[in-house]
Design a protein around this ligand. Structure first.
Ligand SMILES: [Zn+2]
Length: 161
């Protein structure tokens, strides 16, 4: 029985390209604080101003949104936020944070990453295919495919080659 809806769409079609986000629930399930995670990625000035000690779980979401806003306006624009030495998945995490954790496609992430790397002295760059593979294989990093509203779990689409 072949259900046409269950066959995977061509993964190369741009419209079908999945977007990625930071999986907030993934961090919650592991009792990892996104606020502390983000704090470590702020620039020195912001970190001093925004140091969060104990805060309630209810504060977490609001604090995190505030931090993301600051990253976008300040820290992510400074050199050193993403450098040629930043591991790829860490760099992706930082880019997603700098965009307020709005879904970004692998292509957008790849372009931005290569742009940032091109500003430094290194010749490092990453091909889209490799970034895509990394993102798909390393979902343990807390970065997941963003689901369209009403869409089933991402595992539903088998990769056919
Ligand atoms: Zn800053």
């Amino acid at each position: 029985m072949v259900d046409p809806k269950s066959t995977a769409p061509a993964p190369t079609a741009l419209e079908e390209a999945p977007s990625y986000v930071i999986d907030v629930q993934w961090y919650r399930d592991r009792s990892k604080s996104l606020v502390h995670l983000t704090e470590r990625r702020m620039c020195a000035e912001c970190r001093q101003e925004h140091q969060q000690g104990h805060h309630s779980e209810a504060d977490e979401t609001a604090l995190w949104q505030e931090q993301l806003g600051r990253l976008a306006k300040c820290c992510s624009t400074k050199p050193g936020y993403v450098t040629a030495r930043t591991p790829v998945l860490e760099a992706v995490l930082r880019l997603l944070m700098a965009h307020g954790n709005q879904p970004r496609t692998a292509e957008q992430l790849c372009d931005e990453l290569n742009q940032r790397w091109a500003q430094g002295e290194s010749m490092r760059d990453i091909p889209l295919g490799i970034l895509q593979t990394l993102l798909d294989r390393h979902q343990s990093s807390g970065i997941v495919k963003a689901l369209e509203p009403g869409e089933a779990a991402p595992e539903a689409a088998p990769t056919s080659s």
